[in-house]
Write a protein that binds this ligand. Sequence first.
Ligand code: PHE
Ligand code: FE
Length: 294
Amino acid sequence: MSLDKAHNQGVAPVTYGEGTRAPRGDYARARADYTCEQAHDHYTTADHDTYRRLYARQLQQLPGLACDEFIVAVQQLGAPDRIPRFDAISERLLKATGWQVVGVPGLIPEEAFFALLAERRFPVTDWIRRPEEFDYVVEPDVFHDLFGHVPLLFNPVFADYMQAYGAGGLKASRLDACELLARLYWYTVEFGLIATPAGLRAYGAGILSSAGELRHSIRSTEAQRIAFDLKRLMRTKYKIDSYQASYFVIESFDQLFAATAPDFTPVYRAVRDQIAAGGEVEAGIVLPAERTFS
Ligand code: PHE
Ligand code: FE
């Protein structure tokens, strides 16, 4: 799920082809909360093959680049040779951290997204990219959502963070602060890095499900890796059409959870004031005296 694109609301034209799975964005089959059945029988052999190849390509890149929590938990997705059943993952996830995965037809409105997270239900797009989109797909698909996001939901602290984020999102909607909160999602859940004794590692789903960005995020000399600071992060723009120019580095999931636990009402106010005073920061910029990682 990519929050910045979560506005694509409405019902897409329904162009059901005989014997093919539902097209992208077929919201006609979604419930009021935007969840839908995973049309598992509708996946074709080619769909399963795409998943298998994506999984294999990512898995072999993880050592030395992905955080250990992710590497351990990725096995919980089940057999890597076909698109898993969401129900089977939910069974394991419920036992581990009380989370479930639920199908959605694609991007969903912000409020619906926050509401699901606040209930510990993670929305997973049920369709998979076409073979010609193997290297790059514009919208999140089942591979990004499952492989990228679901493993860390098995981690108790990260699981609590995601729920808190959902609750915080509902609050941000009332405070008209979704844009600032979306930056937090972007720079943690999607593109977060974590400092470990063995070196920097990725925990963000956008990195972990990307063929090229995993290496870029950890090794590129072009990227900036800045110590996590909530207000600084909220002042920072992000790129949606290229590798990130800046990443924010946490020390632990406990640190992330603690830093985001306080009421954000005054935080939003302070950040807005700073931005109004010209303090918005472009991605790729390091401010004076700022701590970076290489
Ligand atoms: N503490 C935040 C608030 O008051 C909620 C939140 C927690 C938001 C974790 C994001 C992540 O809005
Ligand atoms: Fe995502």
